[in-house]
Design a protein around this ligand. Structure first.
Ligand code: ASP
Ligand code: CP
Length: 336
């Protein structure tokens, strides 16, 4: 695998392989010395044209824990404000010797442009492009669900039969899209719930069911309820009558949360609009995985960087020989 641009392209085996390596990475993070020498001498550039807290920080932590050199670039304060193009910016990265580029961009498809342009030789990881995809968020969500559902027996497994409902601003959500493709590839059933104005007009090609009725969906006792942020920055116009009305009809408020089965997982990618799409009682409960998702994000991003940038990738990943990579990682962990 040379780039990670979308989960739509991942096979089940590739996805499980990344999740299994993330398990090894998680084990490294529980040690006193959290670093592996795997990417020593490699340079990872974090190229953020849109704001981020979790994704940017966790990619930085992930790259550093693999001993890579990290260069953080954010559009704000850079020569982008002087009109520099993506191409010229990319060529600057090439001159800096970037081996991996992690890019977040407001335009859907920008990471793909970078990957196929020939401007750079680095592996490209999409850290969120417009309303298109956010593949490492999908992977960290899948990892989190797999851990909660299968616990110690998670390695090697998918999410067969797990019932997930994704609720809210599907229209503007790259998180929803990455999860739709990935979770269904892993065997989960995904049901989308949103106001009619916040569902894409045509979801007929998506492997999901859709509806407008949150209470009806919750009455089916899903295993996972994933709440999405209302993305006001992407809304030009009004999509629902008022915040109060939205919360009353589509929010995970106190009464809806209290009616969930005790083992139903509550997820949110963050940042949360507390009190709008999710009540604090739900966000802060033991059923919530919000903080776990952030912690798992570091392991999953270490795994993605490892798969794309480590020397083994040509032999191990291309041949699908996950055991070789695991062995290599475990040897490295043991040697630390
Ligand atoms: N942080 C996620 C994203 O960048 C979700 C969100 O912003 O609502 O897509
Ligand atoms: N979940 C997520 O991508 O968060 P940030 O936008 O803070 O990176």
């Amino acid at each position: 695998m040379r780039h990670l641009l979308r989960t739509r392209d991942l096979t089940r085996d590739e996805a499980i392989h990344i999740l299994d390596i993330a398990l090894d990475m998680a084990a490294v993070q529980n040690r006193e010395v959290k670093k592996l020498p795997t990417l020593r001498g490699k340079t990872v550039v974090n190229l953020f044209f849109e704001d981020s807290t979790r994704t940017r920080i966790s990619f930085e932590a992930a790259a550093k824990r693999l001993s890579a050199d990290v260069i953080n670039f954010s559009a704000r304060g850079s020569s982008i404000s002087k009109g520099e193009s993506l191409k010229d910016t990319a060529q600057t990265l090439q001159a800096l010797g970037a081996d991996g580029v992690v890019i977040r961009h407001p335009v859907s498809g920008a990471p793909q442009v970078l990957a196929v342009s020939g401007w750079i030789t680095a592996g490209v990881i999409n850290a969120g492009d417009g309303t298109h995809e956010h593949p490492t968020q999908g992977l960290l969500d899948a990892f989190t669900i797999r851990q909660r559902v299968h616990g110690a027996g998670a390695r090697g497994r998918g999410l067969d039969g797990v019932r997930v409902i994704i609720v809210g601003d599907i229209l503007h959500s790259r998180v929803a899209r990455s999860n739709v493709w990935l979770l269904t590839t892993l065997g989960a059933h995904v049901h989308l719930v949103a106001p009619p104005t916040l569902l894409p007009v045509d979801t007929s090609g998506w492997p999901v069911t859709t509806g407008f009725d949150l209470d009806g969906a919750l009455a089916g006792h899903p295993d996972v309820v994933m709440m999405l942020r209302i993305q006001e920055e992407r809304m030009h116009g009004s999509f629902f009558p008022s915040s109060r009305e939205y919360t009353r009809t589509w929010g995970l408020d106190g009464p809806r949360f209290r009616a969930l089965q005790p083992d139903t997982i509550v997820m949110h990618p963050g940042p949360m609009n507390r009190g709008l799409e999710i009540a604090p009682i739900a966000a802060d409960s033991p059923q919530s995985t919000v903080r776990e998702q952030v912690a798992n994000g570091v392991s999953v991003r270490m795994s993605a960087l490892y798969v794309l940038l480590s020397g083994e990738r040509e032999t191990a990943t291309v041949s699908g020989d996950g055991a070789t990579e695991h062995h290599a990682i475990q040897q490295r962990s043991a040697a630390q």
